[in-house]
Design a protein. Structure first.
Length: 954
């Protein structure tokens, strides 16, 4: 409970504005207290609450602010309409974690207060709450004498700031504060000069104990987003930024530890860049991680391909590089480049992706960068970069003209990205950035991919719990499409696909070898195949010049239908209430004719319809998880994706289906702007509240059901951290299980003389192991075994056996064999003793098993001298292993034939039984009694639970 930092500020140079840079970025929720004194009127930058402003020869101004997180500076400004600027200024700022609101009735201003006695008695301050912090600030303007006021004992001086050098406008500021108990507090200040003073008094209420330290982060993303970010006003730009400084990176992705080349046009001045990682960061939205600098550079004019009209600035020179440190968290990054002669003139390089090639996160978000670039109209004249072409038409400094006649037929990444200037609806900042903020706010294990990465290496999508497409994801190559299909259908590393986008996989593009350019002739608009002979129109075009028709609907369960710019709500009815997608939301409570609708704009700016509107082009088993129908005028597309001006009813639905072979799910939101329901920070925000707790909860539920429950600590209040629901509960058709279980592992054999006990570690299966088959020397000896242990009995002694086990699942799939070779032991040359009493057993084992029982049958000692004792515990492995053989198989009794059964002994031989010596008698003396003894013993042992051994035969 204390001050985070404080900052004295002295500006001896006159200025309209004075900016004080904090020692550290402000922490969200902290209270900032600022005092400024100047020989003129003073105002605060936006977000500050000015609570006191006593006037005299100048103004003393007190401001209070609750930090949103990431603020790095305070600006004292000239108030609107003020006759003079602040000129010089003495200021002071502190950040504290123990302050609440301003205490009601505590603020007092004393303008032009004068004392001649060296003592100043102010109106007492009354506080109704224990622990309030009372502040007093005093300022003078003019040539101040050396004075140091003495405050009441509860208050101590926090700061004295003196500004000199401006003649009669020198300023002196003293701030004191202290914590007081509830009650009335006299404010008598001594050692004050007999000059005009401006004085402000106020009290701040305390807050409770600060929150406990958070638990250890569960993911790298959670840990990253606990770091301090900076405010959006610091790192963001408007539109495409200043045209006097523009640049681009030579790749959309860079591994940690490798250099990324930058090409920057800055003809008027050298420049500096700050590298930011985008995320949540307590709402700040980005964190600075590094800096980069470059020289003043005038880049040459780029080139225009005469056939495709593609503009490229690939001939620009590299004038800086940036190498991400090996410790940086993978993610989406930008570089804000600013002119050194005027920091307000700035622009962005990126977004681009920093990767860790050595690790795959559980969730992968693929950016829609091919679509940003398709709409990018940056030209080739560095002095007029907004004047250029995209594959939609031509742009200029004042706007964009959609024109089939003037459009390019190919796209280059090698130029600045200006899409945000006139077409923000299709830029990263419209519907991809709010998704990133949401995923990182919740701390999901997530990394990011570019389109070129996925086209080049489809394996990047394998083995993920979720591969997410977001925003406006319109331009796909065959490699990108194949990679998503392969990820969904992979036999052992299938990934779920979460399509949080609209108009996705619509146009077919063809990358160049280095994936820095791609062709898109838009044959669907031209109505014929382009001169290259390689089709690049819509994937769904039904006409004959499309030789490889693969509509997006067969992959994602959606078909593009609603053109932009459109804005409609999403909706659901009672028919959808039972879906686990909507658990813990208002949709789950819908009944009868109830309807839930989202804020307007969630369905937009372009959107799809469910694929089953044309059943032959829908994936098998497609289900609708929501549904709403709107009447649309002049904004609907035809089935070829060529005409976008049709009218009529339009149905939107969230859809999902499950692969009948791998069980992987494809979930599709069917709209570009689902992420508007997740986070408020994005371009084109129309005002009001767009965030939908229903859509937040639904996505969180879905990801949990796909295997990703977010960490507990940063989970937002108002939502329910979900327990995963089985995918079968969504109502998908039953999945044919064709995947066999794995082979058991960890086989261990424990041999005896005529048996071997086999144990193993359980096999795994995508659905579940049902039972095991057990084999001996290639022959199945048992099926339906549900334990992970089996004992082979009736074996020959001193013999080697190959023992094996394999798993079965409920679908009848049989896994591979796991085997081990083991040998039974040879007969003991001495006859082992049996244990006639519990004491003898205890002496042998070192303990007495809990369920031990003694069975005593006595024959005539004169005849056979045998006491038969069976001591058993069926649940105790040690007892079974130590005694089963001795009690049942190795008790040697001389029969009338004179042999010693089970011992290999010879007739007439004596033996010890426990501590009793047995000497064979004549057969005629003992036959009946020995036989009766064994028959009775066997019956009792059977009853005791030790089975598998019959009575000895005479």
């Amino acid at each position: 409970m204390a001050r985070d930092w404080k900052l004295p500020y002295a500006a001896a140079v006159a200025g309209v504005q004075h900016a004080a840079t904090y020692p550290a970025a402000a922490i969200a929720g902290r209270t900032l207290v600022a005092v400024g004194a100047a020989p003129a009127l003073v105002a605060y930058s936006a977000g500050w609450d000015e609570i006191a402003q006593p006037l005299g020869d100048g103004e003393l101004s007190v401001g209070i602010r609750s930090a949103t997180g990431g603020e790095t500076a305070l600006t004292w400004d000239r108030p609107s309409g003020a006759p003079t600027a602040p000129r010089g200024l003495a200021g002071w700022v502190e950040s504290r974690n123990d302050l609440g609101p301003v205490h009601a009735g505590s603020v007092a201003s004393y303008p032009n207060s004068i004392t001649y006695s060296g003592q100043l008695a102010l109106t007492p301050v009354t506080t109704a709450v224990d622990g309030c912090r009372v502040y007093v600030a005093i300022s003078t303007v003019g040539e101040p004498p050396t004075w140091a006021p003495v405050f009441p004992g509860a208050l101590t001086v926090d700061e004295t700031v003196v500004v000199t050098g401006l003649g009669s406008e020198s300023v002196r500021l003293v701030v004191a504060s202290g914590v007081v108990a509830a009650g009335e507090h006299q404010l008598v200040i001594t050692n004050v000069p007999a000059v005009q003073l401006q004085i402000a008094v106020w009290a701040m209420e305390p807050v409770g104990d600060p929150p406990e330290e958070p638990p250890p982060a569960e993911t790298a993303i959670e840990a990253e987003n606990r770091l301090q970010g900076v405010a959006k006003s610091v790192w963001d730009i408007v539109g495409a930024g200043s045209m006097t400084i523009q640049g681009y990176a030579t790749s959309t992705h860079v591994p940690r530890g490798q250099a990324l080349s930058l090409k920057v046009h800055s003809p008027a001045a050298s420049w500096n860049g700050t590298v930011y990682r985008l995320g949540y960061y307590g709402g700040a939205g980005a964190r600075p991680v590094d800096t980069v600098n470059g020289p003043q550079t005038t880049q040459p004019a780029g080139t225009v391909d005469p056939t495709t009209l593609m503009g490229s600035c690939s001939n620009w020179s590299i004038n800086a590089t940036w190498t991400p440190a090996s410790t940086l968290t993978p993610g989406v990054y930008i570089i804000k480049i600013s002119r050194n002669d005027n920091a307000a003139l700035s622009s962005h390089i990126g977004p681009f992706v920093v990767t860790d090639p050595n690790r795959k996160a559980s969730i992968a978000v693929r950016l829609s960068d091919s679509t940003w670039q398709a709409y990018n109209h940056a030209g080739t004249n560095p002095a007029d970069l907004l004047n250029g072409r995209s594959i939609y038409g031509t742009g200029s400094a004042t706007g964009f003209d959609f024109s089939q006649a003037t459009r390019a037929r190919a796209v280059s990444y090698d130029r600045p990205l200006v899409t945000r200037q006139h077409l923000p609806q299709t830029s990263f900042w419209n519907a991809e950035y709010p998704l990133i903020r949401w995923l990182e706010r919740l701390g999901y294990d997530v990394d990011y991919l570019s389109c070129a990465q996925v086209d080049a290496d489809p394996s990047l999508l394998l083995g993920r719990d979720a591969v997410i497409s977001s925003g406006h994801d319109e331009y796909w190559s065959a490699g990108m499409r194949d990679a998503h299909v392969a990820a969904h259908d992979h036999a052992t590393q299938a990934s779920n696909l979460v399509i949080l986008s609209g108009n996705e996989a619509f146009w077919r593009i063809r990358w160049s070898g280095d994936r820095r350019t791609f062709d898109c002739w838009k044959d669907s608009h031209d109505g014929q195949l382009n001169p290259t002979g390689l089709y690049s129109g819509t994937w769904q075009d039904t006409r004959s010049f499309n030789p490889d028709r693969r509509p997006a609907s067969l992959l994602n369960g959606q078909r593009f239908r609603l053109n932009g710019i459109s804005s409609y709500p999403m909706g659901a009815t009672a028919a959808h209430a039972s879906s686990p997608l909507w658990r813990s939301t208002t949709v789950a409570g819908l009944t009868g004719s109830d309807v839930w609708t989202s804020p307007a704009g969630i369905v937009g700016f372009e959107a799809d319809e469910p694929a089953d509107m044309i059943p032959s082009e829908a994936p098998s088993g497609l289900i609708r998880l929501s549904q709403i129908t709107h009447t649309v005028s002049g904004m609907l597309s035809d089935d070829d994706g060529n005409i976008y001006s049709l009218s009529g009813p339009y149905t939107h639905a969230i859809t999902a289906y499950r692969s009948p072979t791998t069980g992987a799910v494809v979930f599709a939101a069917g709209t570009v702007q689902y992420a508007w329901g997740l986070d408020e920070v994005h371009d084109r925000h129309p005002g009001g509240t767009l965030v939908s707790p229903v859509l937040q909860q639904a996505l969180t539920n879905l990801l949990a059901d796909l295997g990703q429950v977010p960490p507990a600590y940063p989970f937002p209040s108002g939502l329910v951290r979900p327990t995963p629901a089985p995918l079968a509960s969504y109502g998908f058709p039953a999945i044919a299980d064709t995947t066999p279980p794995s082979a058991p592992t960890g086989l261990q054999a424990t041999p005896g003389q005529t048996q071997i006990a086999l144990t193993w570690t359980a096999a795994t299966d995508n659905v579940g192991v049902a039972s095991y088959d057990v084999l001996r020397d290639g022959t199945v000896v048992a099926t339906g075994v549900t334990a992970t242990a089996y004992t082979f009995t009736g074996l020959a002694s001193a013999t080697s056996y190959t023992l094996a086990v394999r798993a079965r699942d409920a679908a009848g799939n049989i896994g591979a064999l796991a085997s081990i070779t083991a040998s039974t032991s040879a007969p003991d040359p001495t006859i082992p003793g049996a244990y006639a009493t519990l004491t003898q057993l205890h002496d042998h084992l070192g303990r007495t098993p809990a369920n031990a029982r003694q069975l005593l049958l006595r024959a005539s000692r004169a005849v056979d001298q045998v006491i038969l004792c069976a001591i058993y515990d069926p649940t105790d492995p040690a007892t079974i292993a130590a005694l089963r053989e001795a009690v049942l198989e190795q008790i040697a009794v001389g029969l009338e034939q004179g042999d010693v059964t089970g011992s290999g002994g010879r007739k007439g031989g004596g033996f010890s039984f426990g501590k009793i010596s047995v000497s064979p008698k004549a057969a005629e003396d003992r036959a009946a009694k020995v036989g009766d003894l064994w028959s009775s013993a066997w019956a009792i042992l059977q009853q005791a639970g030790l089975t598998g051994h019959g009575p000895m035969q005479r």
